[in-house]
Design a protein around this ligand. Structure first.
Ligand code: PHB
Length: 402
């Protein structure tokens, strides 16, 4: 069997895995990334698009690329809309921060290009089959190529000092240690999903609109001056083929309608997807010399726009721990990685859950809950402390506090 020796083995070449690989390489720490999908599949997978300032800085200040500053769109706030009225939260005024709208697949494209430019060892179409020896000084994994024409029986092995599972919400690495004593999964399901569209249309409003309406939630987001991204709450079993363009626009318009006469600018829809979601955390985020990062360890509903930011926050903590391990030999930061990362994870879980329940409504729900959510929105928007609280969570907690 072909064996590769490296310092850090990374399973998963999405934004978390590639960012970690990039930071480690800059410090001269060798690493190998394997990723089951091919480059173009990830580059064309549409995901959420809000980056906190520290996430933007990780791309610009570490030499990945400055495209996020030119193609990305800096946003000074969001618009909460309920009872047909808009309430603008101005982030610079409230918390002296902004966020940047830059789609996750663009982040991936930049990171993949930076790894290729810097000679990174990223092996696409490579599927992990086994991880083992996790509690030793040399954890290992095996993988096979799933590229067309590859021999499925030809396995390759990677030996490393530390193994990182950054392999997304269906993480092989997380499942491999599921039954270890002390490991626990925490989950909440939601009785709805999001119907997401991409359309060719001008922006309807300068800021993103998060709308609570009697027909359910809608989010009006953007991709560029000419392409817009919008979502509306739907049943998880919805079939996109049952939804004509006219039906989609009627639904979206009804969810943002109000006495102010606000209307969305429409145009041809060229992508329709149903995105189910849940809240999930695995504790602890490590096992021996295996460390989980990003969606492999936790997923959040997209309402708080925290997914990628949380993954990058894990990577920051893990990178510092690895850097310290290789420069001083001390395992102290590796040992505290899970506890440190989980403090931010649970804050983000709380925020994402809160935003989701405050903004969504379901026909079956107790009318008390519907009124209570409106009371929540009223409390937040009518108080400077409420607006500040939401703005701080949305723009991200300072780095010094995990
Ligand atoms: C998006 O633009 O895809 C987006 C933005 C904000 C969210 C979720 C998704 O909260």
């Amino acid at each position: 069997m072909n064996v590769t020796r490296t310092q850090v083995g990374i399973v998963g070449g999405g934004p978390a895995g590639l960012m970690l690989s990039h930071l480690l390489a800059k410090q001269g720490i060798s690493n190998v990334v394997i990723e089951s999908r091919d480059h173009d599949t990830i580059a064309n997978t549409h995901r959420a698009g809000i980056l906190e300032q520290p996430s933007v800085a990780m791309l610009t200040d570490t030499g990945v690329d400055g495209r996020v500053l030119t193609v990305g769109d800096e946003h000074e706030g969001i618009n909460l809309r309920f009872k047909g009225e808009s309430h603008l939260l101005n982030f610079p005024e409230l918390v002296d921060a902004t966020v940047t709208l830059y789609a996750q697949n663009e982040v991936f494209i930049d990171l993949a290009a930076a790894r290729a430019r810097d000679g990174g060892d990223v092996r696409y179409e490579s599927e992990v089959t086994e991880i083992f020896d996790l509690k030793t000084d040399t954890p290992k994994f095996r993988y096979r190529s799933v590229a067309e024409g590859a021999d499925p029986d030809a396995l390759q092995e990677v030996h490393c000092d530390v193994l990182v599972g950054a392999d997304g919400s269906r993480s092989f690495c997380r499942r491999a240690v599921r039954d270890e004593p002390g490991h626990q999964d925490f989950t909440t399901e939601y009785p709805f999903a999001w119907f997401g569209i991409l359309c060719e249309a001008p922006k309807s409003f300068p800021e993103l609109i998060y709308a609570n309406s009697p027909r359910g939630f809608a989010l009006i987001s953007q991709r560029s001056e000419t392409v817009q991204r919008m979502y509306f709450q739907c049943d998880p079993n919805t079939n996109v083929d049952d939804w004509s363009e006219d039906r989609i626009w009627d639904e979206l318009q009804s969810r943002v309608a109000g006495p102010d006469g606000f209307e969305l600018k429409t145009g041809p829809i060229f992508d329709k997807t149903v995105l189910p979601f849940r809240s999930f955390v695995r504790e602890p985020m490590s096992h021996g010399n295996l460390f989980l990062a990003g969606d492999a360890a936790h997923t959040v509903p997209p309402t708080g726009a925290k997914g990628l930011n949380l993954a990058f926050a894990d990577v920051r903590v893990l990178f510092e721990a690895l850097d310290s391990f290789y420069s001083t030999g001390s395992r102290a930061l590796l040992d505290s990685y899970s506890d440190t990362a989980l403090r931010r994870v649970w804050k983000a879980q709380n925020f994402s859950y809160w935003m989701t329940t405050m903004l969504h409504t379901t026909a079956e729900e107790n009318p008390f809950s519907t009124r209570r959510s409106l009371g929540d929105l009223e409390s937040v928007t009518s108080s400077v402390y409420g607006r500040q609280y939401l703005a701080e969570c949305y723009t991200g907690w300072p780095n010094s506090r995990p």
